[in-house]
Design a protein around this ligand. Structure first.
Ligand code: AMP
Length: 444
């Protein structure tokens, strides 16, 4: 049953063409297992999380169904509905749908809260085949009469366990009331505890059951590091790490929204391009930050856990825990953002003494101890090429007269070196092994 290449699937040419365009050759395990039965119209109960390729696993059969069974579009009438917990995930799924259906006359749209409903309603009025939605906005627009699900053919519930964690169970039940009995249902969840299985069973009929658990191999391809630092020193250490040129795309996690904002400001003052993403930001700002990070125009994305849920950005070289999560599983989710698609990645956790118990829990969960590095060891052994020094970085205030004189001196020498060109910075790297001399951000 399992094909090895997309060309072996019974997919129509325009879809295969789109897959070629995006450079997918080999289906992922979930795609191998899910696509054939979904194309045959079966229901599916999938235990899989973001990062496994599950979006394409459900999107390709949906697109093919729409392309093969054309209907005249009617205002507000939706033929396939994907419900997912966060705005970021919804936007991501929609982008994938658009990408895979680029050579076909299949229309999709996305709706979520936090932005005006006007453009979303307009798009629904034009008639869409595929709708990607978060629960709240979906119910709002159903209640207002902008969405008609009576003719729905395919329903996907994505990240069911997170939906329940986030308190969406009542919304899901309300949505189900609007769906016709006869439909194809695909149910995805990263975990399948009994309450989720019960919910799934109330929705699917004779489903194909698929389990893919990517967690272990992902962890194995991440170089995990632990740095023991005082809480008040964390931002300085973080800046030193981020200035290294090997850090090309870094996702930094903070515990609070306020912490994320503060950090973005600090990094900005040190000429490190960073954007924040958290629940208090407008959707427009979140989308723009994510797009800039994806495109590489912003090197650092500072995020809280909720906002970062499901974010899938290729090429994240470093995940840095500015704060250690107090839930061990969160650590696994966080660091899993690097080392995607067979690449290696680095995770660095900055741990203050009061956070040590959290690390103990994490190590118990991942069944390994995380190697401890001092800042000096880290900079010396992992990242020998420090970032060139930006010309207009703010100067540290002298601690006393003598110290001030030295600091000025260091600064001056550093500038000369960077004027000589990037490679010469190796000497600067040697110097950075002595944090006392090189603490250039001590006042932030
Ligand atoms: P998902 O689990 O759907 O969020 O997908 C994770 C990432 O893998 C996304 O960046 C996809 O674009 C990518 N991806 C999905 N399927 C494939 C494939 N067959 N080959 C290469 N990359 C893929």
């Amino acid at each position: 049953m399992t094909s090895q290449r997309f060309s072996d699937f019974d997919l129509i040419k325009p879809i295969k063409q789109a897959l070629q365009n995006v450079g997918y050759n080999q289906p992922t395990p979930i795609q191998m297992q899910a696509i054939p039965p979904l194309l045959a119209g079966r229901d599916l109960l999938g235990c899989a999380q973001t990062g496994t390729g599950k979006t394409a696993a459900f999107s390709l059969p949906i697109i093919q169904h729409m392309a093969r069974n054309r209907r005249t579009r009617k205002s507000g009438v939706v033929r396939a509905l994907i419900v997912t917990p966060t705005r970021e995930l919804a936007a991501q799924i929609y982008q994938n749908m658009e990408m895979y259906s680029r050579h076909l006359d299949v229309s999709s749209t996305v709706i979520f809260g936090g932005v005006g409903q006007g453009p979303q309603v307009k798009s629904l009025n034009r008639g869409v085949d595929i709708l990607v939605a978060t629960p709240g906005r979906l119910l709002d627009l159903i209640d207002q009469g902008h969405i008609d699900l009576q003719k729905l053919e395919i329903f996907v519930l994505d990240e069911a366990d997170r939906m329940l964690d986030m308190g969406f169970i009542h919304d899901i039940r309300k949505i189900l009331v609007h769906l016709p009995e006869k439909r194809q249902t695909m149910f995805f969840s990263a975990t399948l505890p009994p309450n989720i299985v019960k919910l799934a069973k109330s929705m699917v009929r004779n489903p194909v059951r698929i389990d893919v658990t990517p967690e272990k191999p992902v962890i194995e391809s991440i170089d995990q590091r632990l740095m023991l630092v005082d809480m008040k020193e964390k931002s300085n250490v973080l800046m030193n790490i981020l200035m290294d040129e090997e850090v090309r795309k870094a996702l930094v996690f903070t515990r609070t929204k306020h912490g994320a904002n503060k950090l973005v400001k600090l990094l900005g003052r040190a000429d490190i391009r960073a954007e924040g993403i958290h629940g208090n930001k407008s959707q427009t700002a979140r989308t723009a930050a994510l797009a800039a990070f994806k495109a590489g125009s912003v090197k650092v994305l500072v995020a809280t856990d909720i906002a970062a849920r499901g974010i899938d950005v290729e090429g994240i070289t470093h995940v840095i825990n500015h704060d250690i999560p107090n839930v061990a599983e969160t650590y696994v989710h966080r660091i899993g953002r690097t080392a995607r698609a067979g690449c290696r990645g680095i995770s660095i956790s900055l741990c203050a003494p009061e956070e040590r118990p959290f690390i103990k829990d994490i190590e118990k969960l991942i069944r390994q101890s995380i190697p401890v590095f001092s800042e000096e060891q880290y900079l010396a052994t992992v990242h020998l090429k420090p970032a060139p020094k930006p010309a207009n970085r703010p100067r540290p205030k002298p601690r006393n007269r003598q110290g001030g004189g030295r600091a000025q001196n260091q600064q001056g020498r550093g500038q000369n070196r960077s004027q000589q060109g990037g490679r010469k910075n190796n000497t600067q790297g040697q110097g950075r092994r002595n944090p006392g001399k090189q603490r250039r951000h001590g006042n932030y």
